[in-house]
Design a protein around this ligand. Sequence first.
Ligand code: ATP
Ligand code: MG
Ligand code: MG
Ligand code: MG
Length: 562
Amino acid sequence: MKQSNMLLPTLRENPADAEIKSHQLLVRAGFIRQIASGLYSYLPLGKRVLRKVEEIVRDEMDKAGAFEMLMPAMQPSELWKESGRWSTYGPELMRMHDRHNREFALGATHEEVITSIIRDEVNSYKKLPLTVYQIQSKFRDEKRPRFGLLRGREFLMKDAYSFHESFESLDETYEKLFKAYGNIFRRCGLNFRAVIADSGAMGGKDTHEFMVLSEVGEDTIAYSDTTEYAANIEMAPVIATYEKTDAEPKELEKVETPNQKTMADVAGFLGHSLSEGLKALMFKVDDRLVLVVTRGDHEVNDVKLKHLYNASVVDLATEEETRKAMNAGFGSLGPIGVPEEVDIVADEAVRYLVNASCGANEDGYHYINVNPGRDFDVKEYADLRFIQEGDPSPDGHGTIKFAKGIEVGHVFKLGKFYSENMNASYLDQNGKSNTMIMGCYGIGVSRTLAAIVEQFHDDQGITWPTAVAPFHVHLLALNVKNDEQRDLAEKIYETLIQAGVEVLFDDRKERAGVKFADSDLVGIPLRITVGKRAGEGYVEFKERQTGDQKDLHESEILSEIN
Ligand code: ATP
Ligand code: MG
Ligand code: MG
Ligand code: MG
């Protein structure tokens, strides 16, 4: 393609609002333009890279046995009410009305839509397991859209969903897609790590995030210096367990609560958990610490919780929202928010929650005014804190180190949350009706593009890995008014096109300095410069990443490229 008539506006200065390299360089090199906060257009170069990443994703997903489809971005609220997420997702969900005043959402994700399709279309075990995916724009009204493509409000996601008869079958598909994700990010040239993302599963079975290692990452990874162990610290707090005591609760008011549905019940459940030695988990979400108590025997619940958690935690902090969430299927789970006005460190938060809450140690009842230290023998609850550098690794080997990461992918065993709430069932071999088991798998395609730039750039600009580069060769005619130079460049251009090489031809009437600077900025892997030695048929050949350069005769170009 010829650069003279391409929409490729380059800038010498960084845009004022761009704090990180990928944002700065993608704007300066003419790949993207912002239209409003968190909303970007992909100019021709940007679109080409996006397509390259998409094609890698598609190829690996297809190989893993998933089938591509496409669902509407606009989704009726009814589906989200069925799953319960209409009330639990919170302000990140873009909501709208049609002309008949019917409520809709712009898809932040598509579990509801796919579950409704599968429940209508798949009724027999013979059709399971089944995995589908799509590559589509997602909408999330992020509290802080920033860092260019890393956190947009409209962004491109590959989202996949799998449906199964058994947890074993889910495990198999999860494994396959986990491998596919590794292949995808390797093919993109990225330095990444798969990390445990579910606090409930220190064994790391239930959900993993794929993290691109980068100083600008918003996530912190805790990893062992000697083993494969790696976890998102947000999701891998130190878990403290509490010991049961024989001591009878004293001076407590016992209240009957048949369905644990109020904030007090959630707090009650905390007490229950403490006395039962169950798990109390601490999460840091945005700036807020949240303590969550789960029944340790319900693995699926942990997964459920995590999924809803991702959707929105802040809304669950109020009593009303908690009640809604519980009605919507939280069951015995309850997140508790810490008041915003309190600037709390982890162990203070626990103390606050333990002291302020009521306690319970029987199903269907809870006790008000529990003093855990007095009424229950609480073992060192102040020790509950986030994992820190230097701690022993939870897998028992090595010492914990921290690194920053960009979450580019997330694989997740959903279990039955959506299928139960939305009645997605099938008939098994014996003609018995069963609830489907689900998994979901996301990749931020546009975020991946930006993550690549974070890892591939230098002072002059982007240094694309070939697999995702917008073009493979940047051909520069230094002086298009010089006949020899122009003719040789045209000839090489035609030869490359004939050979199927993706070439961008800088045929503009610009100064050599401008062309070199733009070429370095745009970052195409190979540069062929037609300049002073054009008369002898010689060009300069340069590799963008290494800076290696040499003179080549035009006849040697094709063999050099291949
Ligand atoms: P984050 O923790 O960064 O907010 P998430 O956990 O909310 O991401 P998921 O629901 O797991 O995101 O979505 C799947 C993938 O979509 C993420 O792994 C990420 O790569 C991408 N993604 C999520 N939010 C955004 C966004 N605002 N802009 C760009 N990509 C995003
Ligand atoms: Mg998010
Ligand atoms: Mg996340
Ligand atoms: Mg995620």
